[in-house]
Design a protein around this ligand. Structure first.
Ligand code: NDP
Length: 448
């Protein structure tokens, strides 16, 4: 059967089984488009229905999160944990607190996580979770009460050898602290059940930096294949949270100039570049004051473009680091028309399928999130290893391991993604590279 028809038939079943979960359909289709032809050539995966099984979560936990706000009013949120695949290790993946969270969004993220975790070379299965809770505008006390209520249910489903959540959008150091405190209280155990912990209580050096640093290391590796580097490159970054901040730091350290940052309300354009001192201000603004990125424009007298995304700004390298589907087909065309030839994704699935087609048709250096943002979960894996050893590595040691992992991921993408003309399709490379290890483990473990 032709590949197009195979994909159509496969997706018709996925959509019928998971109605309305549009982000999930999108993530599965992107993977299936490259894996189905591979499976045709490797029939052992076909008869065992590996791709069909990978798409069905091993377990989905849905729960109620009641809590009381500062006015004494009762609030109710939805809680989720998707335990997607444990073929190569305990479920591992972040928690997202954002009003847009629903089952389909978390299933897409958990699905991506399975392949990403496999690519890191570390023994981690895939999972994801979170809530439709919006931390914006909430007091620290409200966030704490919410986290305690969330963990009062989640604790019975997770553990250092079962499922190890981490942060994601809306879940940073503050939230991980409250969640860990409640887990410890309920279990009476000090154990590596969450990653992204504070350095004084079981965290790993470089974990906060890992996703953004890894995203830039991956861009550098892609550029090396063309004898080029990040030095002197103009970069546009979206988002201004954890990933965007450290992506800006590393890109600047490697000699590039980052000219934009954004949040859900608009973006700032600073043609002089966001240097170390300005980035320190951004970190204070977003992590301590919890303000809006427009305040940067007021402070430094630069342009603030409300209600828009930064992809209209001329750049060599685009580093999307905010959220899913934040670059559409027209924006991708605009990027390329302005000379952009590298896209390295810090966010998960930031490019729509139309945008990805634009990159692949133009044969630019495109690093999909699964590969390019795997540094975060890789260092989470290193945090788990350090917790098990009850010992910690230095900053230099963890950073060196992160760099090596990003190089290994890049090499794996080349192994499965290099075309005859020498161009590397990193989408195919990452999907097949991530798939093979999980699929072989599933074959070995029988029909479970
Ligand atoms: P943060 O919560 O720290 O920051 C998120 C940033 O993205 C904020 O600037 C936020 O703006 C913006 N944003 C969120 N939702 C939207 C939206 N719907 N439209 C426009 N902007 C939005 O999250 P992280 O930095 O941790 O995560 C960013 C991305 O990176 C996500 O896709 C996440 O899944 C991915 N990722 C994160 C990893 C990690 O280690 N943290 C690991 C791998 C991937 P605002 O403040 O206005 O909401």
């Amino acid at each position: 059967m032709a590949n197009d028809q195979l994909l159509k038939d496969f997706m018709a079943k996925v959509i019928a089984k998971n109605p309305g979960e549009v982000e999930y359909h999108q993530a599965v289709e992107e993977v299936a488009a490259t894996i189905l032809p591979f499976i045709e050539e490797n029939p052992k995966y076909k008869t065992a229905k590996i791709l069909e099984r990978i798409g069905e979560p091993e377990r989905v936990i849905l729960f109620r999160i009641p809590w009381v706000d500062d006015k004494g009013e009762v609030q109710i949120n939805k809680g989720y944990r998707i335990e997607m695949n444990s073929a190569i290790g305990p479920y591992k993946g972040g928690l997202r607190f954002h009003p847009t969270v629903n089952l389909g969004v978390l299933k897409f993220l958990a699905y991506e996580q399975v392949f990403k975790n496999s690519l890191t070379t570390l023994p981690m299965g895939g999972g994801k979770g979170g809530s439709d809770f919006d931390p914006k505008g909430k007091s620290d006390a409200e966030v704490m009460r919410f986290c305690q209520s969330f963990m009062s249910e989640l604790f019975r489903h997770i553990g250092p050898n079962t499922d190890v959540p981490a942060g994601d959008i809306g879940v940073g150091g503050r939230e991980i602290g409250f969640l860990f405190g409640q887990y410890k209280r309920l279990r009476n155990e000090f154990t590596g059940v969450l990653t992204g912990k504070g350095i004084e209580w079981g965290g790993s050096l470089i974990r906060p930096e890992a996703t953004g640093y890894g995203q830039v290391y991956f861009a550098e590796e892609m550029l090396k294949t063309r004898g080029d580097s990040m030095k002197g490159k103009i970069c546009t970054v979206s988002g201004s949270g954890n990933v965007a901040q450290y992506c800006t730091e590393k890109a600047t350290e490697l000699g590039a100039k980052v000219v934009t940052l954004s949040d859900s309300q608009g973006y700032i354009y600073d043609p002089a570049g966001i240097n170390k001192e300005k980035l320190e201000y951004v970190m204070w603004l977003k992590n301590v004051k919890r303000g809006r990125i427009s305040e940067y424009a007021e402070k430094y007298g630069v342009e603030y473009i409300a209600g828009k995304r930064p992809w209209e700004v001329k750049c060599d390298v685009a580093l999307p680091s905010a959220t899913q589907n934040e670059i559409n087909g027209d924006e991708a065309k605009m990027l390329l028309a302005n000379g952009c030839f590298v896209v390295s994704e810090g966010a998960n699935m930031p490019s729509t399928p139309e945008a990805i087609d634009v990159y692949l048709d133009a044969k630019i250096l495109y690093g999909p999130g699964k590969a390019a943002n795997a540094g975060g979960v890789a260092v989470s894996g290193l945090e788990m290893a350090q917790n098990s050893m009850r010992f910690g590595w230095t900053r230099e040691e963890v950073d060196a391991k992160l760099l090596q992992i990003m190089k290994d991921i890049h090499a794996n993408c080349i192994k499965y993604g290099k075309d005859e003309d020498g161009w590397v399709n990193y989408v195919r490379g990452a999907n097949i590279g991530g798939f093979v290890k999980v699929a072989d483990a599933m074959l070995a473990q029988g029909i479970v």
